[in-house]
Design a protein around this ligand. Structure first.
Ligand code: TMP
Length: 199
């Protein structure tokens, strides 16, 4: 049987990686074999994307989109599909809604991005979109991580990205307020995934 597939999405600073870790831990405690993963991935295209984060302007929007798509294809074939086929549960930090939201906000056709991804990328059981006002997300990045926001994290751009995340529709999308403490957000995540955990 195909394993379950849960994806966290949202703008930067919403606490996605904390929630990925907490969900994976809770699912393991229930005896599930869980693969925690993320995009941009640790494959060659993903590493190149991360290298370029501070100097995004050196890539054209088309080159950047092509790199995110190449990274997704690699990640799907190398990590996600084999894990799901083995009956493992996959918990992923970002997936194709990030491409539709971020590259869409940079000028690409978001509908076309979603259509192309669905040709090769397994559909998640659930997209969990963590919601937070962009100004708070940015403040969390600066104060908690001690980092300056990178080119993906500029305020006006993030406002447009957030508007796109707010507009996606689908039966497998749930939105959770990321403002409360991590434990409370996690409890809401567990409620959202509960219906997929009964055999
Ligand atoms: P993160 O590792 O902090 O989530 O950062 C990844 C950055 O890459 C984040 O700012 C969003 C961006 N991104 C895209 O623009 N498109 C994509 O398809 C993905 C997966 C990430």
């Amino acid at each position: 049987m195909r394993g379950r597939f849960f994806v966290f999405e949202g703008i930067d600073g919403t606490g996605k990686s904390t929630q990925v870790r907490m969900l994976a831990q809770s699912l393991r405690q229930r005896g599930l074999d869980v693969v925690e993963t993320f995009e941009p991935s640790d494959g060659p295209h993903g590493r190149r994307l991360r290298e370029m984060f501070g100097r995004r302007h050196e890539l054209t929007p088309e080159e950047e989109l092509a790199l995110f798509m190449a990274d997704r294809l690699d990640h799907v074939e190398r990590v996600i599909k084999p894990a799901l086929a083995a009956g493992k549960t996959v918990v992923c930090d970002r997936y194709y809604l990030s491409t539709a939201a971020y590259q869409g906000a940079a000028g690409a056709d978001a509908g076309e991005i979603i259509r192309k991804n669905r040709e090769f990328a397994p559909e998640p059981d659930l997209f969990i979109i963590l919601e937070l006002p962009p100004a708070i997300g940015r403040a969390r990045i600066s104060s908690l991580r001690g980092e300056e926001p990178n080119d993906f994290e500029k305020q006006d751009y993030l406002e447009r990205v957030a508007a796109r995340f707010a507009a996606f529709k689908g039966g497998n999308i749930v939105r959770i307020d990321a403002a409360p403490a991590p434990d409370l957000v996690h409890a809401r995540v567990m409620t959202a995934v509960a219906r997929f955990l009964t055999p």
